[in-house]
Structures are given as structure tokens and as C-alpha cells.
Design a protein around this ligand. Structure first.
Ligand code: NDP
Ligand code: 8X3
Length: 253
């Protein structure tokens, strides 16, 4: 019998994380799903439990104590997953630098950078001890190119880019794979969060073009985590066909 692998996905309540949970559940993974919205975690668990074993953990990745306590609450066999998917994150605001809101800056740095660090810090020592594991960091095209008004969000994703490389280097002696996936425009709750619930602004981001969807990135993640032991996809930029760069998007109308 093939051993089922375990994956922990941060930010599994929506968008890319939720789509990844649904796809991995159908492809032989047991899952730890995390996020702040417990109702969504419960609902997804209910829906996926027919296919796989699911643990859910509600915590805010900004709170290191909560991260540690949540992961410590898992039973031994769940504590160190085979695959860690650092996906939780968002953009908050889209403003020229001098008009930026410091609360937005702090949210992006605390969630996208420090949150990824806290979760990884908790899990990587166990992977090192076991000499195996695969970490998937969700970066962004915004971590490869800076665009107007992207300033601090881009900085947070450039940090993910650097950390992905740093983790790959430092974890190399232990046979741990580190993959960064950098999507372009993906139609999720991302723009709703960025524009603080203003759906006109959010919908406008994808107007006149066909964006990526969470499911498209989930398929890429599944591909990366099912490569043979000798293959690591180290870094991947994934754009909608209509997008050529962070700023060049072919729109109709
Ligand atoms: P969504 O807004 O749809 O999902 C974001 C997820 O992150 C939610 O599950 C949310 O859960 C979780 N999350 C946000 N803040 C926190 C927090 N403080 N603590 C715990 N969980 C949190 O966006 P996407 O699916 O699009 O985004 C996922 C990742 O993909 C992010 O890292 C984003 O930067 C990246 N990305 C997105 C792109 C896009 O165009 N959509 C393009 C490139 C990269 P909850 O609210 O329940 O806590
Ligand atoms: C999300 C993609 O271009 O909105 O990381 O920054 S973008």
C-alpha cells in the first residue's frame, strides 16, 4: 500500500489554499488546514472528509504563540507534515508610497513575511531531524517585479523570494525540497481584501481578461509535490496568458 502523505496548508479557507486543499484531498494527501475563519475550515473539513483525513487549526499567522500552540495540539503523527504549503497572505491597500497606510504595511509584513517565518520555524526542525520534507512558498510576480503602488506588498513578496532561496540553501544538506511558486493575477478573494471589500475595484482588476483561478495554481502545486525524489521545481512564475509582466496585461474592450 502506498503511504499517504500529509500536507499542512496555511490560508486554506479561500482562494489558492482552498483549491489546493480540494485537489490534494483527491490525490492521496491527508491534510492540516489552517486559517482564521473557523466556519470555513469546518465546512471544508466536512466536504473533504469523505476523501481523506483532515485536521483543522484556527490561528492568525501573525501570532507566533498561537502558531506554536496550534501545531503542538496535533497528535505526534500530524505534527511534522511531509509537505508545508506557506500560502496565507494578502495585499492590503494599493497606494503610492507617500500615501500608504502604516497599518496596511504592518499587516503585509506581519502576515506575508513574519507569518511564513513563524510557521516554517515551527515545522522545519522536525523536517531536518527526519531528513525529508517539501516546503512550497507562495510568492508572486510581485516578488519578481515591482509595479506602481505595489511598494510594500512587493517588498513582502521579494522577502518571500529571498527566504525561499535562503531556505533552499540552508535545508539542502537535509534533503528538504523548497519550491517557490509565483503567480500573476489570480481571481480569488485577494482583490476584495486588497480593496477592503470594494467589489467594484476588485472586479476591475480582472476586467477584460481571463485571469488565473485558484484551481490553476493548485494543479501546479500538485505537480510540484508529486515529482520523483530527485526532482525539485525550485522556482516557478505562472501568469495568465493575457499577462506578460506585472504591468502588461492584454485587456479587451
Ligand atoms: P485569498 O484572499 O483568497 O486567500 C488568502 C488566504 O490567506 C485565506 O485563506 C486567509 O484565511 C489566509 N490569511 C490571510 N491573512 C491571514 C492571517 N493573518 N492568518 C492566517 N491566515 C490568513 O487570496 P489568494 O488565495 O489569492 O492568496 C494566497 C496567496 O497567494 C497569498 O500569499 C498571496 O499573496 C498569493 N498570491 C496571490 C495572487 C493573486 O492574484 N490572487 C497572485 C500572487 C500571489 P483567513 O482570512 O480565514 O485567515
Ligand atoms: C498578487 C499579484 O500582481 O496583484 O501577488 O501583485 S499582483
Amino acid at each position: 500500500m502506498i503511504k499517504r502523505r500529509k500536507a499542512l496548508i496555511t490560508g486554506a479557507t479561500a482562494g489558492i489554499g482552498e483549491a489546493t486543499a480540494r485537489l490534494l484531498a483527491k490525490n492521496g494527501f491527508d491534510l492540516v488546514l489552517t486559517g482564521r475563519r473557523n466556519d470555513r475550515l469546518q465546512q471544508i473539513k466536512e466536504e473533504l472528509s469523505a476523501d481523506t483525513s483532515i485536521e483543522i487549526l484556527q490561528f492568525d499567522v501573525r501570532d507566533q504563540k498561537a502558531v506554536n500552540e496550534a501545531i503542538d495540539s496535533l497528535s505526534e503523527e500530524w505534527k511534522i507534515p511531509d509537505v508545508l504549503i506557506n500560502n496565507a497572505g494578502n495585499a492590503h491597500g494599493l497606494d503610492v508610497f507617500h500615501e500608504g497606510d502604516v497599518d496596511d504595511w504592518e499587516a503585509m509584513i506581519d502576515i506575508n513575511v513574519k507569518g511564513l517565518l513563524y510557521v516554517s520555524k515551527k515545522i522545519t526542525p522536525g523536517m531536518v531531524e527526519r531528513k525529508s520534507g517539501h516546503i512550497i512558498n507562495i510568492g508572486s510576480i510581485a516578488g519578481k517585479e515591482v509595479y506602481p503602488k505595489g511598494n510594500v506588498y512587493c517588498a513582502s513578496k521579494y522577502a518571500v523570494d529571498a527566504l525561499s532561496e535562503g531556505m533552499r540553501i540552508d535545508l539542502n544538506p537535509y534533503g528538504i525540497k523548497v519550491t517557490q511558486i509565483c503567480p500573476g493575477l489570480v481571481n480569488t478573494e485577494f482583490s476584495k481584501v486588497r480593496f477592503k471589500g470594494d467589489m467594484d475595484k476588485a472586479d476591475n482588476v480582472y476586467k477584460g481578461m481571463v485571469p488565473l483561478y485558484g484551481e490553476d495554481i493548485a494543479e501546479i502545486i500538485l505537480f510540484c509535490v508529486t515529482r520523483p525524489a530527485n526532482v525539485n521545481i525550485s522556482d516557478m512564475v505562472v501568469l495568465p496568458t493575457a499577462q506578460a509582466s506585472a504591468t502588461i496585461v492584454n485587456r479587451e474592450g
